[in-house]
Design a protein around this ligand. Structure first.
Ligand code: ADP
Ligand code: MG
Length: 234
């Protein structure tokens, strides 16, 4: 599903300075149906890694295979196509549209894909059911709790059946109870076969995943393993 081989990333230098290295020789593999967390302190490179995993940015060097295709050298338009087809995003701040109902928010990405209104509603309702919010379909975001809003965002990411669910600090803005709701929802989605990657600074959130990668000082290392490089075929 996901293979990274020797991925490095530095940002271009500002003025006379030297480039800023952020990721250094990242090697990892995530299989379909896995639930994996990346955990590390602020500034360790998590968002940089998430941008590459999510095809929002490309690495400076190395190869990134997503679903068997090397996407490390694609241009902006091609990356956009890959994102649309394969990745469902969930962010810390939910990013729901305040004037739309829960159902309309979930259906929105389907409209961008040219799907008929009837089919959009059917699929959006099904996605809301999967996060146990079908009874709140006609509520606007301001009428929902933080945890419920994040579940709407999760349903929106699920409604076009992405191969990968990629979540950046999904519980970062939530109180303890809402956080537990979301983590329980991830558990259920994982049990029903979804591939889930979450990025978090919170070890207690990361502990719910099957496996953890520790992001620190530009390196990414699987928890409980010494440094080994997996060079088996993609
Ligand atoms: P995290 O998400 O773990 O907090 P980031 O990936 O956002 O870490 O940042 C890692 C490092 O890269 C930081 O030192 C940050 O200052 C630097 N960085 C991030 N984005 C840019 C950018 N666009 N240009 C230059 N430096 C950046
Ligand atoms: Mg970040």
């Amino acid at each position: 599903m996901i293979v990274m081989q020797g991925i490095s990333k530095s940002y271009p230098p500002k003025r006379e300075e030297i480039p800023v290295p952020v990721l250094n020789d990242v090697n990892l593999r995530i299989r379909p149906g896995e639930y994996v967390a990346f955990v590390g302190p602020s500034g360790s490179g998590k968002s940089t890694l998430m941008n590459i995993l999510g095809c929002l940015d490309t690495p400076s060097s190395g190869a990134y295979f997503l679903d068997g295709v090397d996407v490390s050298h694609l241009d902006g338009d091609a990356l956009c196509m890959v994102r649309r087809e394969k990745i469902g995003f969930v962010f810390q701040g939910y990013q729901l549209l305040g004037k739309l109902t829960a159902l309309e928010n979930v259906a929105f990405p389907l409209m961008l894909r040219g799907i008929s209104e009837e089919e959009r509603s059917r699929r959006a309702m099904e996605a809301l059911r999967r996060v146990a919010l079908d009874k709140r379909a006609s509520h606007k975001p301001c009428e929902l709790s933080g945890g419920q809003q994040q579940r709407v965002a999760l349903a929106r990411a699920l409604c076009y059946s992405p191969k990968l669910l990629l979540c950046d600090e999904p519980t970062g803005a939530l109180d303890e109870q809402s956080r537990d709701e979301i983590l329980t929802t991830f558990d259920r989605l994982h049990q029903s076969g979804h591939t889930i990657v979450i990025i978090t600074h919170d070890m207690s959130v990361a502990k719910r995943a099957m496996r953890r990668y520790i992001v620190d000082g530009g390196g990414v290392l699987e928890e409980g393993r010494s440094r080994t490089i997996d060079r088996s075929p993609v």
